[in-house]
Design a protein around this ligand. Structure first.
Ligand code: GLP
Length: 270
């Protein structure tokens, strides 16, 4: 079963992620972290940064691969995921920027029309992840429509990294980062595919607030369906979903998830 952990708040969720990843880095100093943008993972990155500092953990060898990027934004644009990942993860954790990759890095704002360049970027990114030995822990947020990365409803559950068209709802949701102006939100993106995400050895999905309750219900207790891309986590042998009470509010088996986590042997970790 996908493990569901219901927490009080984002800080508690962040602590669980931070501890797991810190222990991973201690055991494997060149661990490969799958990184995500959005507000949901922020407390998790902060918790990890604090543990890294408090326990003087050497992160100089840690490698990272982000999930996705807008198409058409130059890397230095403040809302490009390249900039966002550097601001929210690379700097606070003190990672080596050379070792952290974002899918649009080799495109650097190339327009959608530049098909030759753009069509090659996805497969090249998947090859780079494979060459690094695969992702050890992939952190994920979830869109209100159930998307992970930028895999919108209908995305192939076997997809690799590729260009996608953003859903209108996603552009509306993300307009808050673009002066509340949907016209400034790019229409296309490059995203790790669902098949790419499923290859990571451990998936940790974080969701908070009532706005995510429906997507979480479909993800955890609905059928596996491309209509809810996050439901693909049900196919993964090691997926952990950490959510607050509001995001969990529509789950039918909440009591069981709580009971199972409370009785989990400590040695199992998450
Ligand atoms: C964007 C990102 C996703 C993220 C989602 C939810 O669409 N591409 O990776 O999960 O936003 O963001 P938030 O966590 O801010 O709700």
């Amino acid at each position: 079963m996908t493990e569901v952990i219901i927490v009080k708040n984002q800080e508690e969720a962040g602590q669980i992620y931070g501890r797991a990843v810190a222990d991973l880095i201690k055991a494997k100093p060149d661990a490969v972290l799958g990184l995500a943008t959005g507000s949901s993972p922020l407390a998790a990155y902060q918790a990890l940064a604090k543990i890294v500092k408090d326990e003087s953990i050497d992160v100089s060898q840690v490698r990272g691969f982000a999930l996705d990027e807008y198409l058409g934004l130059p890397l230095e644009h403040p809302q490009s995921y390249h900039s966002t990942i550097h601001r929210t993860v690379v700097e606070p954790l003190g990672l080596d920027p050379e070792k952290v990759h974002v899918p649009g890095d080799i495109l650097n704002g190339a327009p959608l029309e530049d098909g030759d360049k753009i069509a090659l970027a996805g497969p090249a990114y998947d090859r780079a992840i494979e060459a690094a030995g695969g992702i050890d822990v992939q952190i994920l947020g979830i869109g209100t429509d159930g998307h992970i990365g930028f895999n919108e409803p209908g995305s192939s559950l076997a997809s690799g990294t590729r260009v996608k068209t953003l859903a209108e709802q996603t552009r509306i949701d993300n307009a808050r980062f673009f002066d509340d102006d949907i016209n400034q939100v790019p229409t296309h993106c490059i995203t790790q595919g669902i098949g790419t995400v499923l290859k990571a050895r451990h998936l940790v999905l974080l969701a908070f607030g009532s706005g995510k309750a429906e997507a979480i219900e479909e993800t955890v207790e609905g059928g596996v369906s491309a209509f809810c891309p996050a439901s693909a986590l049900q196919l993964h042998p090691h997926a952990t979903i950490i959510i607050d009470e509001e995001a969990a509010s529509r789950l039918r088996h909440k009591d069981y998830y709580r009971y199972a986590f409370a009785h989990k042997p400590a040695w199992q970790g998450i």
